[in-house]
Structure formats: C-alpha cells, structure tokens
Design a protein around this ligand. Structure first.
Ligand SMILES: CC(C)(COP(=O)(O)OP(=O)(O)OC[C@H]1O[C@@H](n2cnc3c(N)ncnc32)[C@H](O)[C@@H]1OP(=O)(O)O)[C@@H](O)C(=O)NCCC(=O)NCCS
Length: 146
C-alpha cells in the first residue's frame, strides 16, 4: 500500500494487555470519547482486540469474543465491533482484520464465526460477503434489552 512515497505493508496486531491510551485513541478516531476503558477485557484470553497497523499508525480495529456453547464443545466466535478509519477504507484492511480473527477462531476450534450488522450498512454487508460469510436466515432480527 502506498503511503506518501513509501510502500507500507499493513499488519494486524493482537493487543493482549491493557493500554488505555491506545483504546481511547482508537475510539476517538471513530468519534467516540471513552473515559475509562475496561481493563478486565484483557484478563480473559477469549476476548480479542485486533488493531490493523500501517507502520506506526492504527488504521482500524476489531473486537470479538470466543463464546463457549452448551450444546457442543466447540465455541463460537462473535465479531462484536469492526471499524476501519475513514481515510483507510477500501484498501483491504477490513478483510485483513476478518481473516486475522478467523485464524484465531480456528486455533480455538470454533464451529463458526458470526457478526451482526444492518442490511442498510452497504459497506459491512459487502465486506462480509466478500469475506465469504453467509446469512443463515433472511429474516433475522436483533432485539436488545436496555
Ligand atoms: C465496513 C468497513 C469495516 C469496511 O472496511 P474496509 O477496510 O473499507 O473494507 P475492505 O477494503 O477490506 O473491503 C473489502 C470489500 O468489502 C466491500 N466493501 C467495502 N466497503 C464497501 C462500500 N462502501 N460499498 C460497497 N462495498 C464495500 C467490497 O466488496 C470490498 O472489496 P473491493 O474494495 O475490492 O470492492 C468500513 O467501511 C467501516 O469501518 N465502516 C464503519 C463501521 C462499520 O460499519 N463497521 C461494520 C460493523 S459490522
């Protein structure tokens, strides 16, 4: 990927320890102000935070959970949040983040990886389809208790 005059290879890094400044920075890049990031997230190795780096610069992030299932021993992987910062979109970074979390899901022997989005989110739907994800039921809806 060209970055100024230099060619920069994107990398995906798993963040395994609490770094409040990094987390605040990642969220600030998406317009969200975080006061107190959650240290406990990093105390469970089934919680996954991946950051896509362009050189020293974060360009996007994903967080996900490995979830144990009751009905069989193979867990599921839930991609909860995925963002590529606006100026870095359409360069394949979203796909890289998804491929990286899928590789971790394989290590955990997950039965499947899932991600909830909105049909109206053309970018997310396009990304998930390009990454070969499928919709299992066309009438799925998400209910939230607040
Ligand atoms: C969705 C998002 C993560 C995609 O990241 P990205 O780095 O731009 O995605 P990629 O460059 O890897 O795109 C891979 C493919 O997804 C599809 N895609 C991505 N953005 C698209 C768009 N705006 N419109 C249509 N298709 C799109 C294309 O098929 C693309 O391949 P192509 O560029 O060769 O055509 C990014 O747009 C984003 O952060 N959006 C805001 C947050 C969000 O909606 N997150 C998803 C929640 S599930």
């Amino acid at each position: 990927m060209n970055f100024g005059n230099a060619k920069v290879i994107p990398t995906v890094v798993r963040i395994e320890s609490y770094d409040a400044e990094l987390i605040r920075d990642l969220y600030a890049r998406t317009g969200v102000k975080i006061d107190r990031p959650n240290r406990a997230f990093f105390q469970d190795s089934r919680n996954i935070l991946l950051v896509c780096m362009l050189g020293e610069e974060p360009a996007g992030y994903l967080y996900a959970y490995i979830l144990p299932a009751v009905e069989d021993e193979r867990p599921r992987c839930h991609i909860y949040s995925l963002d590529v910062f606006e100026e870095y979109r359409r360069r394949g970074l979203g796909i890289r983040l998804i491929e990286a979390v899928k590789a971790i899901a394989v290590q955990h022997k997950c039965r499947k990886v899932f991600c909830v989005t909105n049909k109206s989110n053309v970018a997310a739907v396009g990304l998930l389809a390009k990454a070969n994800a499928v919709t299992e039921h066309d009438d799925d809806v998400v209910f939230v208790f607040r």
